[in-house]
Design a protein around this ligand. Sequence first.
Ligand SMILES: [Zn+2]
Ligand SMILES: [Zn+2]
Length: 160
Amino acid sequence: MTTKAGRRVKVTGDYFHGQVPDGAVYVGRAAPGLPASPYRNPYRVKVHGLEPALMLYLHHLVNTPGLVAAAADELTGRDLADWCPVPGPGQVDRCHGALLLTVLGPPVPAPDTCQWCGVEERTHYLRSTSVGSHAWTAPTQRLIRERMLIRRAQTLKGRS
Ligand SMILES: [Zn+2]
Ligand SMILES: [Zn+2]
């Protein structure tokens, strides 16, 4: 596939005058100036907490027929805009839009592979990669569950 990967971008302006950067697709909830996206996270961080809200979003993708397939059609290669600040280099983007980009991207590693690079323990050795030189590191329980759900969501991409 030659499609370029989309990035996660931030809506500019305040809540009442949100503006989606050129070329990006808004994936957030309804706001005074922006219609609700079908790809919004129905689970609010304020109600559930950040990590549970993200996990619930992945369940929502897996359990809503056609949603992932529609996202694959409409959003692949597009930048996704939400209100969450975009983190700096080396920081992890914990926005549902970032999870959606991961679902739309290349297959994620098997759940029980290295936390940093997704390589199996027995073939890992000491690797220098884009994430730096590191020893094999067990994934957290959260990451294992997240990878499982993302992999399930990725199997739904072709099913409109
Ligand atoms: Zn967000
Ligand atoms: Zn690794």
